[in-house]
Design a protein around this ligand. Structure first.
Ligand SMILES: [Zn+2]
Length: 231
């Protein structure tokens, strides 16, 4: 789980959300060196369903920042990897209004043309709600609007099926998972720590946060040891 692939501006809170392009490139190089293939969620589903076996690292980027296109995409292409970017559909071409104040920074999000460039490069766009609310706090009709509505808005822009969902803040219970299933998504990711295993709940997939605040040796630990599973 990545957010920004960029150098963190000075004075920003939660610098861990930024992984520098240099470090991102080193991490992708390490994946390849160790024999892993970096895949989007859709490409990884056969592995998560237990239909295929292989060394696979699912690469996800949350919120849809423009730096994903500018800084992560060239690296992903260099290694022949794919990735899924989860986009807040009512904020396309705008910024991170939901946490800009808390973080002290307005970060530009991809606009429709940039999202199409991401798609055209073989990358996946997933849905991350319409406005990035905490889904458990919503009424029934608002919940459906945020979940199914984000899929509709993204499919209109991209003209390809959008089948992956990411819960804002990772906040989801049974009701939210059911709403995502009902809206026709194939899988959804949480923020819960851990490595996803074949046969797990596809609507509650754990992830590994790759943080810019981690020392460089943490990434290989996360990848190769039980570091993330213990928490
Ligand atoms: Zn988010």
């Amino acid at each position: 789980m990545y957010h920004n692939v960029a150098v963190a501006p000075k004075g920003v809170r939660l610098r861990g959300l930024y992984v520098s392009p240099r470090r991102f490139a080193r991490q992708m190089a390490l994946l390849q060196w160790l024999g892993y293939r970096g895949l989007s969620m859709s490409a990884a589903l056969p592995y998560l369903r237990g239909e295929r076996e292989g060394k696979v690292a699912v690469i996800t980027l949350d919120d849809g920042y423009r730096d994903n296109l500018e800084c992560a995409l060239p690296v992903l292409r260099r290694y022949g990897f794919t990735a899924t970017c989860y986009v807040v559909s009512a904020a396309i071409g705008a910024d991170n209004h939901w946490d800009a104040q808390r973080l002290g920074v307005h970060k530009p999000l991809m606009n429709p043309d940039e999202l199409r460039s991401w798609r055209d490069a073989g990358m996946e766009v997933g849905a991350h709600s319409r406005h990035h609310p905490r889904l458990p706090e919503l009424g029934e009709s608002e919940l459906d609007d945020e979940v199914a509505g984000s899929r509709r808005e993204l499919e209109e822009i991209l003209t390809v099926p959008v089948t992956q969902f990411c819960y804002p803040y990772g906040a989801a219970g049974l009701r939210e998972r059911e709403a995502v299933r009902r809206a026709g998504f194939a899988a959804a990711v949480a923020v819960r720590r851990g490595r996803a295993l074949p046969g797990g709940d596809l609507f509650d997939l754990p992830r590994v946060m790759v943080g810019g605040h981690h020392a460089p040796h943490v990434f290989p630990l996360q990848l190769l040891t039980r570091h993330e599973d213990r928490h």
